[in-house]
Design a protein around this ligand. Structure first.
Ligand SMILES: [Zn+2]
Length: 422
């Protein structure tokens, strides 16, 4: 075990805990992470680390070392709208209810500790700060796409399209988890999803005096929600299908029959073919429910993320590192999660892992998510990740085996066609 790395983290505990606190209290939505960048920049300046590349509007990376192997680290910058979270931004309701700010704190700890580590073998380590993981705030993002500032709605989709990750051999990512039964989660599978926006159209008329002249778009939507709830019995457990939505415009005034209602939803599964099948059923239900009441609907599908498949060999490396800090029976294995992340898209092209870490109370994406064990989050995790990076740098043959045995799951051209909805 590198005593330098462990001692470095412990010696800088106060600074790392304060950094984590500052990041957690200044949440920003995706592609708007400018204050977060300033906080990171202050830390980088103190540790003589430099931003070497910018991409995907608000993303950037920091590199140490040179040559191969080239190990990538991933830290997500963005927060999620969370009404009522005590640290929510009063204007945007953004809060770090998904814990992404803690990834930033952890990975900065790793970079600072590795930078001057006399035991660090040759090779390159790049920390990729990735914007806009949460698939939200879509009107703003679609505006950015129209203006040509981004090509796609998520940070990592843009990074892949911009070839930001091409040079790395493999990547390590970490994510908060709120399951109190475990200290770590290793080797989970994440779902993929498609994002749907369905606009039900009817005809407005006086709601009391002339209902016979109207076509009620809210009723079309209600019928549709009943229909998709009936479809649920067709879902197979092993496909881990999740179908969830919101009505974000239910009509304009109570006096008039609603003529336009917008329903947004995700169709999720761990199986991309099943996402397509269920998506087709949902579209069919929307069209026919609208027609059944004399109305119509407009369906807009936006490709979301693809399921995460992790590199088993890379997980063996991180497991060795975890076991230096925790007994085996505290590590959950092989969870099949209905949650999704754009880290799944990276797993199409590069060996990558994402492990889960505890130290939180409340629910992920809930107004009550809090960090209840800051030492576990900000001090233990940089040690686990840092030791794994040192192991990989010290054993280029392990990295070579990981990259040689990796098979891309799509070609770059197929991926771009998928993102473009083709
Ligand atoms: Zn997240």
């Amino acid at each position: 075990m590198s005593d330098y790395l462990v001692n470095y983290i412990d010696a800088h505990a106060e600074e790392l805990l304060a950094l984590g606190d500052e990041l957690f209290h200044h949440p920003e939505l995706g592609f708007k992470e400018t204050e977060t960048k300033k906080t990171i920049q202050k830390f980088l300046d103190r540790h003589d680390l430099k931003i070497d590349r910018e991409y995907a509007l608000t993303g950037f990376s920091v590199t140490i070392g040179e040559g191969r192997p080239h190990i990538g680290l991933v830290a997500e910058l963005d927060a999620i709208p969370t009404q009522g979270h005590p640290c929510a931004d009063p204007l945007t309701t953004a809060a770090h209810a998904c814990g992404h700010s803690t990834q930033v704190g952890i990975m900065l700890g790793v970079m600072a500790a590795l930078k001057d580590d006399p035991n660090r073998p040759a090779g390159t380590v790049t920390l990729f700060f990735t914007p806009a993981e949460e698939f939200t705030d879509m009107e703003y993002r679609k505006g950015l796409v129209k203006e040509g500032k981004i090509a796609y709605c998520s940070g990592k989709q843009n990074m892949l399209a911009e070839h930001v990750l091409d040079d790395v051999d493999c990547l390590i990512h970490v994510h908060a988890m709120s399951d109190k039964n475990w200290r770590f989660s290793l080797g989970s599978v994440l779902s993929g999803f498609v994002y749907k926006k369905i606009t039900f159209l009817g005809k407005a008329s006086h709601a009391a005096a002339l209902p016979e002249m109207g076509i009620n778009a809210l009723h079309e939507c209600t019928l549709f929600i009943s229909a998709i709830n009936m479809l649920r019995e067709t879902f197979r457990d092993e496909d881990v299908v999740r179908l969830h939505g919101i009505i974000d415009n239910g009509g304009n005034t109570v006096n008039s029959i609603p003529d336009r209602v917008v329903y947004e939803c995700y169709v999720r599964s761990v199986n991309p073919d099943v996402i397509r099948e269920v998506n087709a059923k949902v579209s069919q239900a929307a069209e026919h429910c609208a027609k059944a009441l004399g109305g119509s609907c407009v369906i807009e599908d936006t490709p979301g993320y693809l399921p995460l498949h992790q590199s088993e060999e890379l997980n063996e490396v991180i497991l060795d590192s975890m076991l230096k800090f925790t007994p085996d029976n505290t590590i959950r294995r092989g969870e099949i999660s209905p949650a999704a992340g754009d880290v799944g898209d990276i797993s199409l092209f590069k060996p990558i892992i994402q492990y889960g870490y505890g130290g939180f109370s409340g629910a992920i994406h809930g107004a009550d998510l809090a960090i209840d064990d800051p030492q576990e989050v900000y001090l233990t995790q940089p040690k686990v990740v840092g030791m794994a990076v040192l192991d990989l740098l010290a054993h280029p043959e392990k990295v070579k085996h990981i990259t040689d045995s990796f098979k891309p799951k799509m070609t770059f051209e197929e991926y771009i066609a998928y993102l473009n909805g083709k």
